[in-house]
Write a protein that binds this ligand. Structure first.
Ligand code: ADP
Ligand code: MG
Length: 353
């Protein structure tokens, strides 16, 4: 395998495949090598979606690989800016612009924002509200508590239930008015806001990979999507699923030809207060971090659906999760707080080790 440096992207190379905070990523494959005229390359960068992006691909030359990676990067960056809820970009109306105008006039936005929100609404309805991107009012309270507590561990705090319950009154998806004809979005409740963190990354990866060359494996912070079968061997990629306990050991390595592998876990973003860990996936019923699972890994052909489902399943008991999987033709592995693993019926056929 050849590992190349792409200075134009301001890339930071990771020499270890295990050092990333992402939930799953391509594992080192000892069988990697030339496949006919194709050679295997990989690249990593830290500039997108606040996480690590890893791209492995088979190309005829380093130039061909670099060009493909540059295109994937540039397209992902556009999505990143459009779906950003924290930063402004000159001349661009993004999700933050919509939030900033809550209670005001409709905001004209790119079609890719309209499409994401329509998809998010579908997933909200399909999951019975388990994944709700209109829950920004509640999620921002947890986000602020996490950031402050990480920076000031001595003063770490847990949000008050009263405050969370008041915020929860402003999380109704109906206050997000999507006007497809005009290409506008309006939040009618001035105290409501969007947080697309549960869906945007997987959705963006899906959209970009649909137009990418075949024979690539794109991993953005735990959202792994192949653009086609691996162009060598039997066509199956080997994907490692990280252990919630960290360390260099994967929980499993999986054989995947054309499915996405997306993990939601309690170990990716969290803080500790009085010895208790508070992570970033919030149960809309309790308004607190969901405590059914340590991680949930979803396999499904569509990375946007996988991302939405992994967050939803994380907040649901196994039986309700299983019903959702069947509706979407997806598979999952659940890891309990005790480290026990449960699998949907079709998951185990993908396990390599
Ligand atoms: P990650 O993106 O970190 O891999 P997820 O896809 O599970 O993990 O998304 C978690 C993010 O989604 C949180 O940081 C938060 O912004 C948002 N979120 C948390 N709980 C919910 C929920 N129940 N519904 C919608 N969004 C959520
Ligand atoms: Mg998700």
């Amino acid at each position: 395998m050849r590992r190349i440096f792409l200075p134009v992207l301001a890339l930071l190379f990771l020499l270890s495949a295990c050092g990333s905070p992402s939930g799953a990523q391509p594992s080192q494959d000892p069988s990697a090598g030339a496949a006919g005229a194709l050679e295997r390359y990989d690249a990593s960068f830290l500039t997108l979606f606040d996480t690590v992006t890893n791209i492995v691909g088979y190309a005829e030359s380093e130039e061909a690989f670099s060009a493909a990676v540059q295109d994937i990067h540039d397209e992902l960056e556009e999505y990143h800016q459009l779906y950003d809820i924290y930063n402004d970009y000159e001349g661009l109306n993004n999700i933050k612009t919509i939030n900033d105008n809550a209670g005001g006039e409709p905001v004209e936005v790119d079609q890719r924002i309209i499409d994401l929100l329509l998809f998010s609404r579908d997933m909200y309805e399909a999951t019975g509200g388990a994944v709700n991107v209109a829950m920004g009012a509640v999620l921002s309270i947890w986000h602020d508590a996490r950031e402050y507590s990480i920076d000031n561990p001595e003063e770490a705090y847990v949000p008050e239930l009263d405050e969370l319950e008041s915020a929860a009154e402003h999380t109704d998806f109906d206050c997000v008015v999507i006007d497809e004809e005009r290409g506008t979005v309006q939040i009618t409740d001035p105290q409501a806001s969007l947080d697309v963190g549960a869906i945007a990354k997987g959705y963006a990866v899906e959209m970009v990979c649909r137009g990418a060359p075949s024979g690539y494996l794109v991993s953005v912070g735990g959202n792994v999507r192949p653009t086609g079968p691996k162009p060598e061997g039997d066509g199956r990629w080997v994907i490692g699923v990280e252990s919630p306990d960290g360390g260099s050991e994967f929980l499993h390595t999986l054989y995947i030809e054309d499915l996405c592998v997306v993990t939601s876990g309690d170990y990716q973003r969290y803080y500790v207060c009085d010895g208790v860990r508070y992570h970033h996936i919030i149960d809309p019923n309790t308004l607190f971090p969901s405590d059914y699972w340590r991680s949930v890994t979803v396999l499904c052909p569509d990375s946007g659906i996988s991302d939405a489902l992994s967050t939803a399943l994380f907040t649901l008991p196994q039986s309700e999760g299983q019903e959702l999987l069947e509706r979407f033709g997806a598979e999952a592995m659940w890891v309990t707080p005790e480290g026990e693993k449960f699998y949907s019926p079709g998951f185990e056929q993908h396990i390599r080790s």
